[in-house]
Design a protein. Sequence first.
Length: 134
Amino acid sequence: MPPAPTMAFPFQELSDAKGLTTFRPVIPLRPMSAPLGHSERCLVDTGSPNTFLDWRLAPLAGVDLSQAEKVPDPQEWSVGGVVAEELWGAAVAFMIPEGRYMIRLDDVPVVFFKPWPHPDFTVVLGTDGMKRSG
């Protein structure tokens, strides 16, 4: 019998509003330009190709939203059932801590989402972002 698959890095389980545990992984994720020791709670979403960030994280990610590209038709986008009011696109580098080492994700295309609807996490890492490990 083949060994059971394992995650490439440890993850935290996410509780829902009723305190029930879900089995979708939440990991610590640090924008490269954020201070050392800083990390955001990131939901790993294998069902979405897109990576979304809370718009308030733009300064930590080294992005000036006044200079970033606006994404057209924000009302056609939603995260967790919440429709966007404003969206901006940019490329961001991230680090995922893994013991003494880090997994680096370079040039991840990110959509900054306003308003951000999830207090339990501030980033959704989609499959396109997961492919960017360097």
